[in-house]
Design a protein around this ligand. Structure first.
Ligand SMILES: *Cc1c(COP(=O)(O)O)cnc(C)c1O
Length: 405
């Protein structure tokens, strides 16, 4: 059989000798061109791989470094996404997963065993709350949730042996901030691995590994795709965490990402910085507009001076975020009337999308939590979560204005 028309190995180019900016990594890192020399990343939509000889198969399974085996383990398109995100994050390695929740679950489940203890921040996405407070205890793992940012409270929680610390900052939906450096220092004194759910900040606004955390996880469904198309997740960390803890767990439990979705994401990363920077600018203007409205009791946005952890947020993030928590003076029916009047902003429980989306957490994203736990997190029937997109800010403000009036 002859090789296809025009197929020839590419000459390797010399790598740049200088340190590249994350925006350049977002466009270039991980790119592995085939012999066709295609400009854009190729989609290897396949489950398996072939070997020239039985011996090559034998060698590939014995030493898995330089031959793809099966797409549950790895795949060329998924590897391009993983390498690109790792370069942006400044992490040694990345493992992509089929959803943010499979990333969250795997990042913890690969570490803990019966009798272990986990400490977590109290305000978090409801499915993460379910994993820590309901699933892990079924397998004999105890937990403690810590509210706020008082170092003495964290120090007390971290005074006993702890296997892992899980923090979500900013939190979904009320944008609570946790001090990543302070918690990481305390956690490391008791030998705990610190995992940060960095979904709300995105890789653009916050670099938890540089602040002292050990592991970062994403729902790539949010800002990384950012265009409402695919579910995906990612876990990033050191070589020892990824190769000794995570991969031995994920390769057999199978939370794998589809190569098609990885291909969508590898292209999404190219525009992620542009998109997130514009979303942050829009969100800042909208948060300031909302704060001046008399119908609104409180606006929770880390880019506003009124945020209780404004200074900390500005220290560990390079922008206020893309999502705003809004507490109305009115009750649930007044809040629903406001949502129903919107003409541009969609009612939807996703976030980090190019389309602005609004949701009522108490009856949607955080419905699964008991009213007591919701109240602990500040999620009342008067609270809305607005994810600010890429529409022009003046149209979004006009939409909010006509719905409020
Ligand atoms: C959406 C979300 C997740 C879960 O991600 P999926 O891709 O929906 O599985 C986890 N953490 C936070 C903070 C989220 O917003």
């Amino acid at each position: 059989m002859s090789t296809p028309w025009g197929y020839r190995p590419l000459n390797a180019r010399e790598a740049p000798t200088w340190q590249l900016h994350p925006q350049t990594h977002a466009v270039r890192a991980g790119l592995a061109r085939s012999g066709f020399g295609e400009t854009s990343e190729a989609l290897y939509l396949n489950s398996g791989f072939t070997y020239s000889t039985a011996e090559e198969a034998f060698d590939s399974f014995a030493d898995e470094t330089d031959h793809f085996l099966y797409s549950r383990f790895h795949n060329p398109t998924i590897a391009m996404f993983e390498q690109r995100l790792a370069a942006i994050e400044g992490a040694d390695y990345c493992v992509a997963t089929g959803s943010g929740m499979s990333a969250m679950f795997s990042s913890l489940a690969c570490l803990v065993e019966q009798g272990d203890h986990v400490v977590a921040s109290a305000s978090m996405f409801s499915s993460c709350h379910v994993v820590i407070t309901e699933f892990l205890p079924k397998w004999g793992v105890t937990f403690e949730l810590v509210k706020g940012n008082d170092p003495s409270v964290w120090a007390r929680a971290l005074s006993k042996p702890t296997k892992a610390v899980f923090i979500e900052t900013p939190s979904n939906p009320l944008m609570d901030i946790v001090d990543i450096a302070m918690v990481s220092d305390l956690a490391h004194k008791v030998g705990a691995t610190v995992i940060v759910d960095n979904v709300m900040a995105s890789p653009v606004l916050q670099k938890p590994l540089q602040l002292g955390a050990d592991v970062v996880m994403y729902s790539a469904t949010k800002h990384i795709d950012g265009q409402g198309r695919v579910l995906a997740g990612a876990i990033l960390g050191s070589s020892s965490y990824i190769h000794e803890k995570l991969i031995p767990f994920t390769r057999h439990s199978g939370p794998s990402l589809s190569p098609f979705n990885a291909w969508v994401l590898v292209k999404s990363l190219e525009t992620m910085h542009l998109r997130v920077e514009r979303m942050v600018a829009n969100a800042q203007l909208i948060a300031e507009y909302l704060e001046a409205r008399s119908e609104i009791k409180a606006v929770r946005f880390p880019g506003l001076k009124s945020h209780p952890d404004y200074e900390l947020a500005m220290k560990q993030m390079s922008g206020g975020g893309t999502t705003i928590g809004i507490e109305f003076i009115g009750d649930q029916s007044a809040v629903f009337t406001f949502m129903n009047r919107l003409r541009i902003i969609d009612i939807s429980n996703n976030l980090g999308d190019s389309k602005s989306l609004i949701t009522h957490p108490a009856t949607s994203t955080h419905r699964r939590l008991t009213p007591e736990v919701q109240a602990e997190m500040g999620i009342t029937p008067s609270v809305l979560r607005l994810s600010v997109g890429l529409e022009h800010s003046s149209d979004l403000i006009k939409d909010l204005d006509q719905a409020l009036n």
